[in-house]
Write a protein that binds this ligand. Structure first.
Ligand SMILES: O=c1ccn([C@H]2C[C@H](O)[C@@H](COP(=O)(O)OP(=O)(O)OP(=O)(O)O)O2)c(=O)[nH]1
Ligand SMILES: [Mg+2]
Length: 152
């Protein structure tokens, strides 16, 4: 398996911190680092800088996902998960972290890995208005219409 499929231009606004990096071959998410020390009180959120700007090729999007280890250990997540970085965006990538723990503050140090960036191709749709949609087996059922577990 090649170790990459695509080149993405990156500017490091904070040259002492690393580029996004994949921890293992085959990983989908490249880790992003905080450029600042911060403490998030229970329930608190903060827009955290990563020190990176990128130029995605047309037809690609980068999605900012939480890291499951931080979520499991500290209740740390992302308010707008997954965050959407558009191909035309040239500003700094930021992460809207939130501490969901009811009691414990979360301490983060400059350089800590706080989120992961997943780069994907996407389709740009044309929304074609119609009067009636084609039928489907599911129909309008949703929001738990199929029940949970073995119970119908
Ligand atoms: O987690 C995120 C989400 C977004 N962005 C940047 C890149 C994205 O291209 C831009 C706009 O994001 P989005 O479209 O989600 O925000 P909006 O509230 O719709 O703002 P806008 O009106 O600028 O599109 O902000 C980030 O750096 N991190
Ligand atoms: Mg937008």
């Amino acid at each position: 398996m090649p170790d990459h499929d695509l080149d993405i231009a990156v500017v490091r606004l904070d040259p002492d911190l690393p580029l996004p990096s994949y921890a293992h071959p085959g990983d989908a998410g490249a880790d992003l680092h905080t450029t600042v020390d911060l403490t998030l009180a229970p329930g608190e959120r903060a827009l955290v800088p990563t020190g990176l700007s990128i130029a995605l090729p047309d037809g690609y999007v980068a999605l900012v996902h939480p890291r499951s280890g931080l979520a499991a250990r500290h209740g740390l997540s992302i308010v707008n998960t997954p965050g959407t970085v558009d191909a035309g965006y040239r500003g700094e990538i930021k992460v809207m972290l939130i501490n969901h723990d009811p009691a414990e503050a979360v301490d983060l140090k400059r350089g800590d890995r706080i989120a992961q960036l997943v780069v994907q191709r996407f389709e740009r749709a044309r929304f074609v208005e119609v009067g009636v949609l084609p039928e489907s087996v599911r129909g309008a059922g949703g929001y738990g219409s199929t029940g949970t577990g073995s119970r119908p």
